[in-house]
Design a protein around this ligand. Structure first.
Ligand code: FES
Length: 111
């Protein structure tokens, strides 16, 4: 089965070193710009539902603004407590200036 993608943003919408939250395919997702490479995770912390996309992005790590858990935006892996379970990740395709996100998670995470 091939992945289905939807256009969610333009590259210029997400400056380097930041994350932006979008509502796409009925899900809240956070697209992160790490040195010009884009990664997408669910905007829901697996600890207690915190808004991950509002967290600080430091290299490949995003910190949940609620209690400070960190996740690897490339893999979704939880890197420190209080989160234990990974967050879902979504494939990205950059087509010209546009960012497209797969509608099905690559890694399912916890929820
Ligand atoms: S909700 Fe994210 S660390 Fe608690």
């Amino acid at each position: 089965m091939s992945d289905e993608f939807v256009k969610v943003a333009q590259k210029t919408d997400i400056p380097i070193g930041t994350a932006r939250v979008f509502n796409a395919f009925e899900k809240e997702i956070a697209v992160c710009n790490v040195e010009g490479e884009f990664y997408c995770i669910a905007d829901i912390c697996t600890h207690d539902g915190g808004p991950l996309g509002e967290g600080e992005l430091d290299d490949y790590q995003i910190e949940c603004p609620r209690h400070g858990a960190r996740f690897d935006v490339k893999t979704g892996k939880a890197l420190c407590l209080p989160a234990i379970l990974p967050v879902p990740t979504y494939k990205i395709e950059v087509r010209g200036e546009d960012i497209w996100v797969a509608t099905h998670a690559t890694t399912s995470g916890a929820r």
